[in-house]
Design a protein around this ligand. Sequence first.
Ligand SMILES: [Zn+2]
Length: 514
Amino acid sequence: MKNFTNLFSVLLLSASLAHGQKNAVVDAIVKEATENSQLEKLGHELMDGIGPRLVGSPKMQAANDWAVAKYTNWGIPARNEKWGEWRGWERGISHIDMVAPWVKSLEGTQLAWSPSTNGKTVTGDVIIVPDVADSLAFASWLPNVKGKFVLVSMNQPTGRPDYNWEEFGTKDSFEKMKKARTAQTEGWTERIKKTGYSSRTLPVALEKAGAVGIVTCNWSRGFGVNKIFSAYTKKIPTVDIALEDYGLLYRLTESGNKPKLNVRADSKEKGVVPTYNTVAEIKGTNPSEYVMLSAHFDSWDGGTGATDNGTGTLVMMEAMRILKKVYPNPKRTILVGHWGSEEQGLNGSRAFVEDHPEIVANLQALFNQDNGTGRVVNITGQGYLHAYDFITRWLAAVPEDIKKGIETKFPGTPGGGGSDFASFVAVGAPGFSISSLSWSYGNYTWHTNRDTYDKIVFDDVRNNAMLAAILVYMACEDPVKTSREKSVLPVNSRTGEPGKWPEQRKATRKGGLD
Ligand SMILES: [Zn+2]
């Protein structure tokens, strides 16, 4: 009987929405998001005021505290939940100058967790990892690095992205460049391999041999973009230099012009520091069932983490603010998770899943966004057999101009990683990714030095905040609990084995400390 009633109310709900009947809450969400948007202000405070949010850094802690203060201010109870510990590190200034054969301040920065130059400016010649016969030859060459900065990245043949070549180059010259680059890239991989080290262990070997710094160029295949990850050295700084300046150094070194570098890298080791997820909550009238918003809060620190994942963070915060205002007494409890250390392997969300089985077991749905500033254009059922029923039902309430670009795929395949929804999918809980269009995310902003406030497209973020709020509202009101029944996954075409659901992986609770 209960089921019958539920089914009946679902039909009623769907029917009324399908016939374009006004929904007062949906209208109020759109009105609040449009007329009283806080996105620009929140974006400025988080990206410009606080800045990048590397796990273990004081800025991550500042962001956690800022979010709690924001929610408190909006009347939404919030807390920082400790889930682990990390190597604490605070980024200071990076100054990199070429001082011979002529003077130029170079564009570059130390990598995350890079050792400092101990308050001094270090001067040294530049040397390139050589193309030697084997590891023995490399070992006998190694003493040459003493007192020098070592270039360990390939010198890119062009600083123009492929789309620029495609537009202006002749077909022949474009093909020729690509062929030469492929050969050069393979040659460089070989060169590193022949040293007997990997790109991970080579910097440490160079450090042990007396190098004063490691210089990389991790070009991201766009104008002016490099990806900025973490250093492997223990005592000497590792700096990444923009392609233009790296090429200059490389060519001058190769031609025997003996460039000299001045490098100052300041940073502070902060010992072992606690790491947190920020969680906020709007209690439901049925408080033991949950609908969740989700976005990781941490970032890499070459830029300010504006689109990875500042924008996802803004979407969830703004959706929470709006929901509290126009839908303060939800049927199910609304939770938001701003996760720590996604970038090192979904650690904050995996820890939450391990620590809160009661929430995970009673989760109606979770919506995660983490692929840039763009409008949401893809939602899949993550392999859940009946996802079509409820997601379609919820999407029916979303106004056409918010959802018109969205393509759905059901049942879809379960995501094994990529972002925090996967931590929930792995334990069979209904976690979904609301996935954005690109805005050149992969090359231009993802983990780059250009992931900054100016790349945020606020109209798209606003669109996504409305979408997230409406989906949460619908998931809260739905009289039916979502089904977790898994679809039979297609046979893996590579192995011939039946498809397997992703396995739960343990959170790393102590990071960067070895
Ligand atoms: Zn991300």
